[in-house]
Design a protein around this ligand. Sequence first.
Ligand code: SF4
Length: 242
Amino acid sequence: MADTARNAPIQESVSDLDEINARLEGRAPEEVLTWATQRFAPDVILTCSFQHDGVALAHMLTTIAPWVPIVFLNTGFHFPETLDYRDEIVSRFGLKLREVGPSMPRDEFAQRHGLDLYRRNPDLCCQINKVEPLRAALEGVKCWMNGRRRDQATTRGAIAIVERYEGGIHKVNPMAAWTAADTYRYMQEHSIPQHPLFEKGYASIGCAPCTRPILAGEDERAGRWSGTGKTECGIHTLLKPA
Ligand code: SF4
């Protein structure tokens, strides 16, 4: 994309969401990031769990809008490999990382709920360790960018590029129309290292107790909360559509 396009001020209203989505559909993620960061600056964040889509977006932001905070929800249950990968990517890209975690201290969580709460009540575990920390991190935010793709799961098949929620928050999904292959190609073209568990069959990587490698033919997110019927942690259903 030309620098002139990247630097052009955006004065438009976001009142006509349908028109904006029609215009942004089919555009490269870099163009969507440019629109969102210019339209909502400075109240913009990117959430990144250091899976490949979020990492690719964080890499794009290093040239488009390096001031955007990269928010990492540290549940305390991540794989050590994820934390090492986070550190490597943050150092390599010089990211402005904002790590957020649960307000309940880990000792209190263990005493009140047990560290195996994920087995007995994964929804409550996610609520305490992911949803509530993100709710706090969204205070004052007007634009929440993230790396969801439509091809990740049937439940994500209809996400729009821009979604509007109560409180005036706009969730922006620059990768909505990309496939896993598109992200892989971007990583290769920019010599970005992959998450070390990816090669071991982990196509979608969340907390260690709730993630397994996928089998041939399974959906990308089939290894998340496998066998429980749970498909989302709750952070993407936390906000009510406006
Ligand atoms: S993904 Fe599992 S371990 Fe992580 S917060 Fe949710 S239930 Fe707890």
